[in-house]
Design a protein around this ligand. Structure first.
Ligand code: CO8
Length: 307
C-alpha cells in the first residue's frame, strides 16, 4: 500500500497538466456527433455545443459554468452530452484563468438519469463490448480543479451519480435525489451503490437503491449528501460565489488539497495520513506557500502566482 501512496505522489507532476482528448464517435437520438461539434469548435472561436451551455462566471470570470441543456428530456444523459461535458471540463481544467467549475441543469431537472430511450434496446454485448458508461461518463470525477454541482429539481440515477462525482453539492429547496434504476429493472452504473454509501451510510443508501424512492433536498442535507440548501433562484449565484471563494486560493495548492481529500476514499487511514503529510511537505516546494505565510505575517492579502 505504501507503493500506492508513492505512485500517487509521483502522479502529482500531472496536477495541472491538461488531460488528453478522448476521440471516439458518439450518437445520441440523432444528434450531430460530439466529434463534429468539436471540429466546429476548433474552427471558430465560439464553442458549438448542442447539449450544454458554457460560460465564465464571477466578478473576474474565474468560475467555469457548465449548464446541461436537454430540456425536452429533462437533461437525460446520453453519450453526446457526456462527450460535451468531458470536453468542457477539460477546457476549463486547462484554462489558467479558471479556479473552480460549477455544473448545473435547469430549475426542473439537474438530470433525470441516463437516457432510458437510448438504453431500451441495448443488449449485454452492446454494453460490455462498447464499454457503455465509461470514459466520458466518468469525466466529472477526473477533473483536477474543484467541481460544484448546483442541483435544482431532479437528480436521478445517473444525474445523482454525476452530482456525487462533483466535489461539493449545493441543492435548491425543491431538488429531489434518487437512484430509481431498480424501478426500471437495472441498478446504478456510475457510483450510486458506492459513492452514495460513503455520503449517507449503508442503511440509507440501501433503502434508496432498493426502493428507488427519491429524497428531498432537506433530507439530502440532513443526511450529508449536500452541503447546503438554497432558494431555487439563488442556488446558482451561491454556487458561483463558492467557486469564486475557492478560486482566490493558489490553484496548485487547491489541487493538492482536493487530491488529498479524495484519497481518503481510496486509502486506509495510515496511508492516507502519510500521503497527506507528504503533500503538506510538497507545499513547501511552492512559491505560493511562502507567499501565503509571508502575506499573513505582513498583514496583507496574498498574491498567489499558482507556482
Ligand atoms: N431518459 C429519457 N427520457 C427521459 C428521462 C430519462 N431518464 N427522464 C425523463 N425523460 C423524458 C420523458 O420521457 C419525457 O419525454 P416525452 O415528453 O418525449 O415523453 C420528458 O422527459 C418529460 O418527462 P415526464 O413527462 O416523465 O416528466 P414528469 O415531470 O412527469 O416526471 C420524472 C419527471 C419523475 C423525472 C420522470 O420523467 C422519470 O421518472 N424519469 C426517469 C427517471 C429515471 O428512472 N432515471 C434513471 C435512469 S437509469 C440511469 O440513470 C442509469 C445510470 C447509469 C449511469 C450514468 C452515469 C453518469
Amino acid at each position: 500500500m505504501a507503493g500506492v501512496a508513492r505512485l500517487r505522489l509521483l502522479q502529482l507532476s500531472t496536477v495541472l497538466r491538461p488531460s488528453l482528448l478522448a476521440a471516439h464517435n458518439v450518437r445520441c437520438h440523432g444528434a450531430a456527433s460530439a466529434v463534429t461539434a468539436r471540429v466546429k469548435r476548433h474552427m471558430c472561436s465560439a464553442p458549438a455545443y448542442k447539449h450544454i451551455l458554457i460560460e465564465k462566471k464571477g466578478e473576474v470570470g474565474n468560475v467555469g459554468l457548465i449548464t446541461l441543456n436537454r430540456p425536452k428530456a429533462l437533461n437525460a444523459l446520453c453519450d453526446a452530452l457526456m462527450q460535451e461535458v468531458q470536453q468542457a471540463l477539460e477546457d476549463f481544467d486547462s484554462d489558467p484563468s479558471i479556479g473552480a467549475i460549477v455544473l448545473t441543469g435547469s430549475e426542473k431537472a439537474f438530470a433525470a438519469g441516463a437516457d432510458i430511450k437510448d438504453m431500451q434496446n441495448k443488449g449485454f454485448i452492446d454494453c460490455f463490448g462498447g464499454n457503455f458508461l465509461s470514459t466520458s461518463w466518468d469525466s466529472v470525477s477526473k477533473v483536477k480543479k474543484p467541481t460544484i454541482a448546483a442541483v435544482n429539481g431532479y437528480a436521478l440515477g445517473g444525474g445523482c451519480e454525476v452530482a456525487m462525482m462533483c466535489d461539493i453539492i449545493l441543492a435548491g429547496e425543491k431538488a429531489k435525489f434518487g437512484q430509481p434504476e431498480i424501478i426500471i429493472g437495472t441498478i446504478p452504473g456510475a457510483g450510486g451503490t458506492q459513492r452514495l454509501v460513503k455520503a449517507i451510510g449503508k442503511s440509507r443508501a440501501m433503502q434508496m437503491c432498493l426502493t428507488g424512492d427519491m429524497i428531498t433536498a432537506q433530507q439530502a442535507n440532513a443526511w450529508g449528501l449536500v452541503s447546503s440548501v438554497h432558494p431555487p433562484d439563488q442556488l446558482l449565484d451561491e454556487a458561483i460565489r463558492l467557486g469564486e471563494k475557492i478560486s482566490q486560493h493558489s490553484k496548485v495548492i487547491v489541487a493538492m488539497c482536493k487530491e488529498s481529500v479524495n484519497n481518503s476514499f481510496e486509502l486506509p487511514l495510515s496511508e492516507g495520513l502519510h500521503f497527506e503529510k507528504r503533500l503538506f511537505h510538497c507545499t513547501f516546494a511552492t512559491k505560493d506557500r511562502r507567499e501565503g505565510m509571508t502575506a499573513f505575517v505582513e498583514k496583507r492579502k496574498p498574491n498567489f502566482t499558482d507556482s
